[in-house]
Design a protein around this ligand. Structure first.
Ligand SMILES: C[S@@+](CC[C@H](N)C(=O)[O-])C[C@H]1O[C@@H](n2cnc3c(N)ncnc32)[C@H](O)[C@@H]1O
Length: 217
């Protein structure tokens, strides 16, 4: 009995240890993806391009991931993937890596994305050139576009360039956009879009919302 209890205890100790080490492995992997130091350095170099000093928190990434809609053959496009935390959340939610195209303008970040997101299609380039960057078989076969580029910081005409680029590759689909604003980060009527706040979380710095913008019919 003692032996059984002891081995039971040992077993649960081992299980606890195992769970603990797999948790810390997960945390280690998460940290390798998010790479807050690289993010902070890029923010210091170009705050407007980054729009945030740290990567999106897991709670926000999970909320973005659960708003992704696609049929099995459709692709997901992510603009401004940064260090890949949103991409990782979408993969963890079941998106096959070969169905994900991420676009990132910063060379070091694109290299990092290739390293931490095996199988994902990483494109280093300017999202405003999306039509030229995406292969023809992807254009028009997109279920969801996630825009991580901080559009709120841009003048109207520049916002329009991004919106037009997304519309050109995913006609009628619209896009998901996350933001720290209390109200819509985009003047959606001026862009002839409808807007819906799909998610909000206080568990991000700063607290953030996920918006879905769709072209007006
Ligand atoms: C707010 S960060 C978001 C990063 C990541 N998605 C996250 O949630 O942590 C914005 C990202 O957009 C990228 N970016 C800015 N302008 C871009 C552009 N024109 N084309 C592609 N990426 C761009 C920046 O380099 C940066 O990685």
């Amino acid at each position: 009995m003692t032996h059984v209890m002891k081995s039971g205890t040992l077993q649960s100790d081992l299980e606890r240890k195992d769970a603990h080490s797999s948790e810390s492995t997960d945390r280690g992997k998460q940290r390798k993806v998010s790479n807050p130091l690289m993010f902070l350095r890029r923010w210091a170099a170009n705050p407007l391009q980054m729009g945030s000093i740290i990567p999106s928190a897991p709670a926000l990434c999970m909320r973005i991931a659960r708003q992704v809609r696609r049929t099995p053959d459709q692709f997901v496009i992510e603009l401004g993937a940064g260090t890949g935390v949103v991409s990782k959340a979408m993969l963890d939610a079941g998106l096959p890596p070969e169905k994900l195209y991420v676009v990132e303008i910063v060379h070091d970040m694109a290299e990092h994305l290739r390293d931490v997101l095996p199988g994902v299609n990483v494109i280093e380039g300017d999202a405003r050139e999306l039509v030229k960057l995406l292969p023809t078989h992807v254009r028009g076969n997109v279920g969801t576009v996630v825009c991580g580029v901080p559009l709120v910081l841009l003048p109207l005409a520049e916002q329009k360039r991004f919106i037009d680029a997304m519309e050109a590759v995913a006609p009628g689909v619209g896009f998901l956009h996350f933001s720290y604003c209390i109200t819509s980060p985009l003047p959606y009527q001026k862009h002839k879009l409808t807007a819906k706040r799909e998610e909000w979380t206080p568990r991000n710095f700063p607290p953030a919302s996920v918006w879905r913008y769709t072209p007006e019919k």
